[in-house]
Design a protein around this ligand. Structure first.
Ligand SMILES: [Cu+2]
Length: 149
């Protein structure tokens, strides 16, 4: 890569930032007709201390970061404003734990298709930047899950 091209990559902050966040095992839960909510799971790893600020997808009216947990045998769920991504530590979004909740789906999520997801991430000294990922849609049965989403 020439110096000039490299400078160009630095200038385009979002492109330069793409190396920082690794996304693995992403999948979205397939829906049945009439279902307007779903969830997306993945493992995130950042090379520096960072924060997941938000997520969006063209197929949902809104996306929230949620956390689920068991409290004396009862499954509870709450929206969290942001998700901390400590440097070089894998943060799992999985059924029964953290997940991205999709609301007001504009179409059913069919297993075998993919959806585009945009993650908004912020780390120290840098403006929030976005990273686009492609998320495969799968039947929930493909993953052992203690929770409804
Ligand atoms: Cu949720």
């Amino acid at each position: 890569m020439t110096r000039r091209l490299f400078a160009c990559f630095l200038f385009l902050g979002s492109l330069a930032a793409q190396a920082d966040i690794t996304v693995e095992d992403a999948w979205a839960r397939a829906t049945v007709p009439g279902q307007e909510v779903s969830a997306v799971y993945m493992t995130l790893k950042s090379s520096v201390d960072a924060t997941l600020m938000a997520a969006s997808t063209p197929v949902a009216g809104s996306v929230e970061i949620h956390r689920m947990w068991m409290d004396r045998g009862v499954m509870k769920m709450r929206m969290v404003r942001t998700l901390t991504l400590p440097a070089n530590k894998s943060v799992k979004l999985e059924p029964g734990g953290y997940h991205l909740m999709l609301f007001d789906l504009t179409k059913p999520l069919k297993a075998g298709e993919t959806l585009e997801l945009t993650l908004t991430v912020k780390d120290k000294g840098r403006k929030p930047y976005t990273q686009k990922i492609s998320v495969p849609i799968q039947e929930p049965g493909a993953h052992p899950s203690p929770a409804t989403h």
